[in-house]
Structures are given as C-alpha cells and as structure tokens.
Design a protein. Structure first.
Length: 341
C-alpha cells in the first residue's frame, strides 16, 4: 500500500465520524443508564432475597442460574463504564467499573480494562490481540501448528465440540486471572481498592452460601452460578470476532478497515440487544467504543451505508449464524490435527 493510499483511506473514518457526531450519537444517555443500573441492581437484590428465603434446598440451583445471568448483566455495565460510556468523567466511570467489577461480580476492573483496550486497538491481530493469544483453544493456524502433543493438541483437534463445555470454566478463569494480576503487581492503579473489594466480595459470597446451604449444596450452587456466568459471557463475546479476518504479523490496515473487517454484527431486536449487552453491534462498538450502548443500533444504519459506499465488507448475521460461523472456523482450524499422521 502506498503512502498516498494510506492517507486517503485514513481520512475515511474522519468522514464517518463527522456524520455520527452530527447525528448526536456520541452524546451521553444518563437517563437510560440510571434506569438500567437501577433495574440490574434491583434484580441482584431480588435474587439475594430469594436465596435467603429459599433456605437449604436443591431448588437453589435455579437461583444460582439466575444469579449467573444477573452477574453477566452487571459485567456488561462494567464494560460500558470501562469504555467511558456512562459518565462524563473518567474517574466517575472508573469508580463505577471498580465497584461493579470488584464488589458485585468479583473481577478486577483494572486487569480487564488493560486487556480489553489492547484488544480494541488491534482486534484479531495475531501478535497484539490478547483475545486470540495462547489459550486452551487454538485461534490461528500458528497456534495449531504449535500443538505438537499432549492435552492442548487433543483439545484443539476437537475444539469446536468442546467450545461450549469449556465455557463452563470461563467464569472461574476470569476470577483466577483477576487475582493473579493483582498479586503480580502489574496493575498499579486502584490496586489496593481492588484488593479490598475483591476480598469483601469473596468473603461475603462464600459466607452467604455456606450460611444458607449445606456444604454439598453450597458447592453445587457455586458450580452452577460460575458455569452460567462463564457460558453467558462466552456466548456474548464469541460471535464478535471468531471466524472473521485475522490480521497477520506485519500486515497493515487503516483504523476503519481494521475494526470493520475483523468484527461481526448480530441481527435482532430489543431482546437481542438486552441479551448480548449491546455487543451485537460489534462493528459500531469497535469504531466508536465510547458511544453509549443504546445509541449503537442508531449508528448501525449510518455505518452500514458508509461501508457500502466505500466497498468495505460489513458482516452481519443471525445469532445462530454467528455461532455457526465461529464454531465452523474453530473446527476448520483443528482439521490438520485430525488427519492421520
């Protein structure tokens, strides 16, 4: 790509940004978030009250499942705060994110924010996106080639089939990674506050479960809660980039194309918006990460039309279609490992 071409393409996003700004879509939506935060916190209080009143019963596993859903909805609000979507000041957004993450969900806001910002800067980039870095699953051909034996090779071979079962452990992995980040000292901002809130969350959570339930039922409750939380979180994020363009080391794309070509939208109405926390408008979210969640669906029409005019591929599918594409990609990646040696 020549320098002239880069300059021309680089201006494409500026033109789109002016259109979006002129439509008022970058403005704060305080009333919307006040309502959403209130409803979600009230849902958490209702679940807690139901748990206490339900006593030592196996029916509490249903309560655990509902708590997993509410925990994920809280995490979506923490995500919005991390992107500065809710309040005008960074400090206010950070305090909300830390409170939700550490006290209510049990995750380190600072750890997640650092990881997520690196993902946004280089989505689906083999070298720089932590979301497709080394893990139990193989997300690139290079990862597959590196699986020479053992459990990791076996998992990559059948990773499409194992994807949803493995998500049962995603919630636990997020909690562990949060604690590891704080222990390592890599995260310095708000570190003491996060330690305090995570400790209060863990002690309060375990005390409540063990005071109400017998040890066996308590263990089952925690397992169901964390499994639902992990599956729900994974199902909300998996459709966004898996199976989309992977940017190879050394490959250069301008901002507009880097965000659009690596992202996938999920079609749907208000229920899909609620279910996926607005992440179903992944293209718009990556282009305008500070745009309030309720404005993303309004930006979709402008972005879609702009991409058509500039002949930029804009990928949008149904929810089931997004999972089919993501799982198909993972299955195709593992194909070489299923061939006889």
């Amino acid at each position: 790509m020549t320098a002239t071409a880069e300059t021309t393409r680089g201006s494409d996003f500026a033109l789109l940004c002016r259109q979006v700004r002129a439509a008022g879509l970058l403005g704060r939506r305080g009333g919307h978030y006040a309502m959403r935060i209130s409803v979600t916190v009230l849902a958490l209080v209702a679940v807690a009250a139901g748990f206490v009143l339900g006593g030592d019963s196996w029916y509490q596993l249903g309560t655990a499942a509902v708590l997993g859903v509410v925990s994920t909805q809280l995490a979506f609000l923490g995500h919005d705060a991390g992107h500065q979507q809710i309040f005008k000041t960074r400090r206010a957004n950070d305090l909300l994110g830390i409170g939700i993450g550490g006290l209510l969900v049990g995750l380190s806001y600072g750890w997640w924010l650092d990881k997520h910002n690196r993902h946004h800067a280089n989505p689906n980039h083999e070298e720089h996106d932590p979301d497709i870095g080394e893990s139990i699953l193989a997300f690139t051909t290079a990862h597959v080639a590196a699986r020479t034996g053992g459990l990791y090779r076996l998992v990559a071979r059948y990773q499409a089939w194992l994807f949803f079962p493995l998500l049962c452990f995603e919630g636990l992995q997020l909690h562990v990674a949060s604690v590891q980040s704080l222990i390592s000292g890599r995260q310095r901002r708000y570190r003491r506050t996060e330690w305090l809130l995570l400790s209060v969350h863990l002690v309060g959570y375990l005390a409540a479960v063990l005071l109400v339930l017998s040890p066996v039922r308590a263990l089952a409750f925690v397992a169901v809660h964390q499994a639902v939380f992990g599956i729900y979180m994974g199902c909300a994020f998996a459709p966004n980039h898996k199976g989309m363009t992977v940017v190879a080391p050394g490959e250069r794309l301008d901002f507009l194309r880097r965000q659009v070509l690596t992202s996938r939208n999920v079609r749907g109405g208000w229920f899909t918006d609620l279910l996926l926390g607005g992440l179903n408008y992944q293209i718009e979210h990556h282009l305008f990460p500070s745009m309030p969640r309720p404005n993303l669906r309004h930006a979709r029409r402008l972005v879609h039309q702009y991409c058509q005019e500039h002949r930029i591929s804009y990928t949008e599918t149904s929810l089931l279609g997004s999972y089919r594409a993501a799982l198909g990609y993972l299955h195709a990646l593992g194909a070489p490992l299923r061939e006889p040696r």
